[in-house]
Ligand binder design. Structure first.
Ligand SMILES: Cc1cc2nc3c(=O)[nH]c(=O)nc-3n(C[C@H](O)[C@H](O)[C@H](O)COP(=O)(O)OP(=O)(O)OC[C@H]3O[C@@H](n4cnc5c(N)ncnc54)[C@H](O)[C@@H]3O)c2cc1C
Length: 377
């Protein structure tokens, strides 16, 4: 590891990997450290949809910018299974169809291509969907990647540009110019980026008022290979209610075609769970929901199920920017269910911040000190 690099990145998930890549591309010396292995945290569990979301203007700005960055970067990364399959937001009733129309207007206002499909066109686009669906919004610009390989490939590029990646480094705390490891030794750097996912806030020298990251458990399942069963990422419009709701367990259908011809089935959301065990009742609900949208799935075999913990913040936006009162310490964490998508925008915000230059989007909505009274408003 470089004795005292320009930047020390703590955490080699998709966020730390993307930061390491952008920082080295700018000519900085970068050292990345992680506990067990790179890309083994939440990044290893994710679906990998790269999507523009319209929940808030801030989320829209970060996801749209990130998607543009993904489209530019993806061809240079290795084995990431990039699939420009697009998304179908499917409606089960007229109320959801109205939501699809609102989404279409928002996308149009932001220059994003989308179109409403009536039931006949939907069946043509995706023949195995339930015939009772009343329509869908097709967003052709969305894509899918395989998240752990994407993080590993970004790290490989960073290493080729001079970065170091060291595993087996349990970080106990971070500050503006160093990290303290579990064995008491210190790693020094010109700046520190803390990208330790769910564990980020626990490593800081002091709490940030109002800021929190709550692990939000999610289940996924993947089928055997069924060529032609699914062509697009298919998401029920009720998914947004699940993502924003605070029920004990919420389940919404999200189906994804993999380049292996498998179908990846999601997903659930639960707070206050510490065990990563697959919970049979939650899995059963999730699979039943999937069969409601794609009846043919009922005869398919699932080969693997797993869980992961999304790092969720109180306002569904990540914590990206300088840590208050610790000049040189930067946070890049709390991306909930959008960290694969927003990794590249996050890395660009961090890089611009460290270099002291403005970003292509307003950085204020993501600043870690935004929850404090009298913050930037
Ligand atoms: C079921 C599910 C589906 C998802 N689907 C999508 C999707 O389709 N699209 C999308 O955009 N996002 C999706 N996400 C969200 C996405 O996976 C996360 O937002 C993203 O992976 C977070 O990345 P990260 O780098 O912040 O965290 P992590 O991947 O958890 O990385 C943090 C790293 O820090 C290391 N670390 C932690 N503590 C320490 C320490 N003390 N010392 C040293 N190292 C440490 C960990 O070992 C880990 O490698 C999904 C998530 C889940 C759970």
């Amino acid at each position: 590891m470089t004795a005292s690099p320009d930047v020390l990145v703590v955490g080699a998930g998709i966020i730390g990997a993307a930061c390491a890549l952008r920082l080295t591309e700018e000519g900085m010396s970068v050292a990345v450290v992680d506990r067990p292995r790179p890309a083994g945290g939440t990044t290893a569990a994710a679906m990998g949809q790269i999507t523009v979301m319209d929940d808030s203007d801030a989320q829209g700005a970060l996801t749209l910018w990130s998607q543009e960055l993904w489209d530019a970067l993806a061809p240079s990364l290795s084995a990431i299974e990039h699939d420009p399959c697009g998304t179908l937001w499917v409606a089960t009733n007229d109320e959801e169809l109205d939501e699809a129309r609102k989404k279409e207007q928002w996308y149009a206002a932001h220059g994003i291509e989308s179109s409403l499909l009536h039931p006949g066109a939907l069946r043509e686009a995706e023949p195995h969907l339930n015939e009772d669906l009343v329509g869908a919004l097709h967003v052709p610009g969305d894509s899918v990647v395989y998240p752990p390989n994407a993080a590993l490939s970004m790290l490989e590029h960073a290493v080729r540009a001079g970065a170091t990646v060291t595993t087996g480094c349990e970080v106990r705390s971070v500050d503006a110019s160093h990290a303290v490891l579990a064995d008491g030794s210190r790693l020094h750097a010109g700046a520190v980026v803390c990208a330790a996912g769910n564990h980020t806030l626990g490593l800081l020298p002091r709490p940030i008022p109002g800021a929190a990251i709550r692990p939000r458990k999610g289940h996924l399942a993947i089928t055997e290979r069924y060529p032609g069963l699914l062509r697009h990422q298919v998401v029920e419009l009720g998914y947004l209610r699940s993502a924003h709701g605070h029920e004990d367990v919420s389940v919404a259908f999200n189906g994804q075609p993999r380049t292996t011809d498998q179908v990846l089935i999601g997903s659930s959301r639960q707070y206050d769970r510490t065990s990563d065990n697959v919970e049979p009742d939650v899995l059963a609900r999730m699979l039943a929901r999937a069969c409601r949208f794609i009846p043919a799935l009922a005869t398919c075999s699932v080969v693997r199920c797993w869980t992961g913990f999304r790092p969720a913040t109180p306002d569904n936006l990540p914590l990206v920017g300088p840590a208050p009162d610790a000049e040189g310490l930067w946070l890049a964490a709390g991306h909930e269910g959008l960290g694969i998508t927003t990794s590249l925008g996050t890395a660009q915000l961090i890089t611009d911040g460290i270099l002291g230059r403005p970003s292509a989007i307003d950085a204020a909505p993501y600043l870690p000190d935004r929850f404090a009274e009298n913050s930037h408003g």
